[in-house]
Ligand binder design. Structure first.
Ligand SMILES: Cc1ncc(C[n+]2csc(CCOP(=O)(O)OP(=O)(O)O)c2C)c(N)n1
Length: 671
């Protein structure tokens, strides 16, 4: 590839794109780490996209009707940072570019949501951005149906590399987008034939265009270094009726001696190589230097959308006040005021009727009252709707014929579902929740971790949360999953004991703006353990005294979920013997940990024997058994030590010794 020919063919474009290429070279050299090749290869595509197609206003990065640009190939972060700097995003200063990958800078190794305006999502784990993009596009379709084209009408553009397309999550995302005919989604594939280990052909021979086409996408091709060809392909992609994929033929690390090699993938830091490459670009400026005429051109690109945005503002102002307020509330992620009263009413009804229901059913009962008042919830399940109890009566199905439908059949795609839900939550204006079996959080894990890292409020309805699911056996019975989820920073794990706690958990979860929640729910029926109506949300405190000792307190039993009633059985046995036992229900360890010391001390005072009961592994319980004034000699655990087995649930509880009698015996042994 002769860069002289490219420069001669489109000199103005060439100079604009060279800004991205040289900033990348300089920033990676300064950091002595990073990925030079991808931004150097995709600079032309990105330049044409931003200049001719992307609807955005750099001075208003949160404008709700902007087009979204998602860099799924997050290792090429300098592509995004360069674009944000060049087009004039206020927080992306040249100093930030100079401090690429340094502590405290907003230019992290991979783009991190929340660091800088214009970073729509955190990417780096390959394929995630692509799945997010599908969620963004679904949210856009839904909101367009709800609010009308005048309020919501934008595109989602995504750059994905070979790595993104090799990851399994890509197939889930592609299938979902094809099914839903997401015509406002455009994926640009950086088709450069190179990954870290060498040529793509070392590990893959997939016909990517055929693969997308087979899932219902419209596919296009372009020469990723010819601005006219790129523009043509983008124009065609925007006009297509389905989601569009453009295979952009590019050269990684274009213009350098590492071009078209895996060496070009990583950090190009050699002084001579950088000098030679800049010479090949015809670039005669110093490091980090963008000549003012070019910077002005780029800033004009950044301001191109200002008129569109002003028009949009006027259209919003023309809406009725009620609609304006509702739009602003949903975009801000605020809960409607009615939520609290609605949950209280449900709790009251449950304490009066004391049903014995599975907490997955209790979750459905909660959703039946939540969904009608929060019109931005988008529910779904990875093909376990009837088991996860995620679909309520009023939702309707989201599909091309009914974009206003609020229930999504994700198919058997836990990871794709989760990545899409992240995208929806990031888009704003919708509140996604989705379900699968708790055991298959493993399949969703890559994206769940990113919900937590980014701080987006997605609710995970994870049913069949223990051996209590019974006959499906150990393949389906989670034992280590609660520990894994609780170990994840910024994730709330709710394991409610009954229908009251489940309603409270939903309220607490929905009120989180920057933290995802898992609701770990039982398959099997559990009795109502909260028999006295309290308006205050007890679950919000993480743990609370459910039943006080009657005789002199000698033991505290701490339990969650379906094991709370087992702890109550043990208490009855022990109290019958004159041993005073307090039962603490602990539906959410993370929230309890945030309570002040005096509250924690009131719930878990020192002195008494402590036994935790949960049909999972012990690991997360040590904090409450040994810490918080506990002592090893006085601590015990009743739960799982290995995998489960296939049998009816009650037999399994007996077999694994998770019974009231076993808990009572443990207390005896410790006293
Ligand atoms: C899930 C995941 N696995 C592995 C990596 C490490 N990784 C970063 S880039 C890359 C190669 C990607 O190849 P490609 O998408 O073709 O990028 P290019 O070489 O074109 O820059 C790998 C394996 C990662 N970031 N995410």
């Amino acid at each position: 590839m002769d860069t002289k020919d490219l420069a001669a063919a489109h000199p103005d474009h060439w100079r604009r794109a060279a800004c991205i290429r040289t900033l990348t070279l300089d920033a990676v050299a300064a950091a002595n780490s990073g990925h030079s090749g991808m931004p150097m290869g995709m600079a032309d595509v990105a330049t044409v996209l931003f200049r001719n197609h992307l609807k955005f206003d750099a001075s208003a990065p949160h404008w709700p009707d902007r087009d979204r640009f998602i860099l799924s190939a997050g290792h090429g972060s300098m592509l995004l940072y360069s674009l944000l700097y060049l087009t004039g995003y206020e927080d992306m200063t040249l100093d930030q570019i100079r401090n690429f990958r340094q502590l405290g800078s907003i230019t992290a190794g991979h783009p991190e949501y929340g660091h800088a305006a214009g970073i729509e999502t955190t990417t780096g784990p390959l394929g995630q951005g692509l799945a997010n993009a599908v969620g963004f596009a679904m949210a856009e379709e839904f909101l367009r149906a709800r609010w009308g084209k005048k309020v919501v009408d934008h595109h989602t553009y995504c750059i994905a590399g070979d790595g993104c397309l090799m990851e399994g999550i890509s197939q889930e995302a592609i299938g979902l987008a094809g099914r839903h005919e997401l015509s406002h989604l455009i994926v640009m594939w950086d088709n450069n034939d190179i990954t870290i280990d060498g040529k793509v052909s070392l590990s893959d021979r997939t016909d990517q265009m055929a693969r997308f086409a087979a899932s219902g996408w419209d596919v296009f091709e372009c020469d990723g270094h010819d601005p006219e060809d790129i523009d043509r392909a983008l124009t065609a992609a925007k006009a297509s009726a389905g989601p569009a994929m453009i295979a952009c033929k590019t050269h990684i690390a274009l213009g350098s001696s590492a071009q078209d090699t895996s060496k070009g993938h990583g950090a190009l830091t050699d002084d001579q190589l950088i000098a030679d490459t800049k010479a090949a670009y015809g670039w005669e400026h110093g490091p980090f230097e963008i000549p003012s005429d070019l910077k002005e051109e780029w800033e004009a690109i950044g301001a191109r959308g200002a008129a569109d945005r002003a028009d949009w503002d006027a259209r919003i102002a023309a809406l009725s006040t009620t609609r304006q307020v509702e739009f602003a509330r949903s975009i801000a992620g605020e809960m409607p005021k009615k939520l609290s009263a609605t949950i209280k009413a449900l709790k009251k009804q449950v304490t009066e009727t004391t049903p014995k229901v599975a907490t997955r059913k209790a979750s459905e009962m909660a959703l039946e009252v939540i969904n009608p008042i929060i019109r931005e919830t988008l529910g779904g399940s990875a093909d376990l709707t009837g088991s996860n109890n995620t679909k309520t009566a009023d939702l309707g199905t989201f599909e091309p014929e009914n974009r206003a439908g609020r229930y999504i059949y994700y198919g058997i795609r836990e990871h794709g579902m989760t990545g899409a839900m992240n995208g929806m939550a990031l888009h704003g204006g919708v509140r996604p929740y989705g379900g699968t079996f708790m055991c298959f959080t493993d399949y969703a894990r890559g994206a769940m971790r990113l919900s937590a890292l980014m701080g987006v409020s997605v609710q995970y309805v994870m049913t069949h949360d223990s051996i209590g699911l019974g006959e499906d056996g150990p393949t389906h019975q989670p034992v280590e999953h609660l520990a894994m989820l609780r170990a994840t920073p910024n994730m709330l794990v709710f394991r409610p004991a009954d229908a009251v706690e489940t309603a409270e958990a939903w309220e607490a979860a929905l009120n989180q703006k920057a933290t995802p929640s898992v609701l770990a729910l039982s398959r099997q029926g559990v009795p109502t353990v909260r028999r006295e109506h309290k308006t205050a949300n007890q679950t919000w405190r993480g743990a609370y005294v459910l039943a006080e000792a009657e005789a002199k307190r000698q033991a505290i039993l701490i339990a969650s979920g379906s094991e709370v009633s087992i702890a109550l059985e043990a208490r009855a046995i022990l109290e019958g013997e004159g041993i005073g036992v307090r039962v603490v229900s602990m539906p959410c360890m993370e929230l309890f940990a945030t309570q002040d010391e005096s509250y924690r001390k009131r719930v878990l005072p020192g002195g008494a024997v402590r036994v935790a009961v949960e049909a999972g592994v012990r690991q997360p319980w040590d904090q409450w058994l040994l810490g918080e004034r506990g002592r090893e000699a006085k601590a015990g655990f009743v739960g799982m030590e290995g995998f489960g087995a296939s049998a009816p649930a009650e037999e399994l509880y007996a077999h694994f010794g998770i019974t009231g009698e076993a808990v009572a015996a443990k207390v005896h042994a410790l006293l």
